[in-house]
Design a protein around this ligand. Sequence first.
Ligand SMILES: Nc1nc2c(ncn2[C@@H]2O[C@H](COP(=O)(O)OP(=O)(O)OP(=O)(O)O)[C@@H](O)[C@H]2O)c(=O)[nH]1
Ligand SMILES: [Mg+2]
Length: 237
Amino acid sequence: MQIAILGSAGSGKTLITARFGEFLEKEGYTVKRLNLDPGVLSLPYEPDFDVRDYFTLEEIMRKENLGPNGAILEAMDRLSKLKLPSYNADYVLIDTPGQLEVFAFRDSGPAIFKGMKDFYGIFIIDATSSLKAIPGLLLYSLTIQYTLGIERIVNVVNKVDLIDSEKRKALNELALRFRTEGERKGMLSELEDEIGRLLDRFVYVHRTPMVSAVTGEGFDELLTVLYEVKCVCGDLD
Ligand SMILES: Nc1nc2c(ncn2[C@@H]2O[C@H](COP(=O)(O)OP(=O)(O)OP(=O)(O)O)[C@@H](O)[C@H]2O)c(=O)[nH]1
Ligand SMILES: [Mg+2]
């Protein structure tokens, strides 16, 4: 199973790659880890493939005389030309660049994942995000799924060790069903209805595990959901 670890900046992609990878190994699975982030300085895991062996953001800035944003664009274009190795492992975890929108919305993301077999995604939502942002983040996950051409993405709420029980309860509910604001009028109310339908149809079809990459809480549930998704999807490969 090849899994792209996706999510907004700082949501915990890299730490989940490290800790969930260790968890999988303890469960007896073979795991490979790929780092596609050319900007990361240090990693909490030993990558089997590291984009920084080809180029780094810092080096592009220096050699091409570019600022940070220009260097990110150049790095993503270079990334689109790389070919990832294929591994014979139970789980291949692919840690993606911090700048998800640049990675997914240029040619790099779709190009690098093109033609991948047994391919899924994990989309990480930061538990410390505003509750109001959650439906939008779930829609963002759908956008990424569509753009990158990933058959199934499992949404995961990470950093649950940082929130209190009240927020945990509210997040749990939002991860199960879309709650309308109830105060919207006109076009916004129609939009809300459509968002609800879209999430029901494509997002709430499987559970959203609540995990912590720091404590390891919820990793067993994440593994179960991945397994279920693979069983449903297996016929499509
Ligand atoms: N408390 C807590 N901190 C976490 C958790 N997961 C990640 N972090 C912290 O959040 C910060 C960002 O984590 P990363 O794993 O680097 O996140 P990322 O999505 O890879 O970040 P970018 O690649 O820069 O977008 C780090 O300081 C992590 O230690 C978690 O479950 N709990
Ligand atoms: Mg990272």
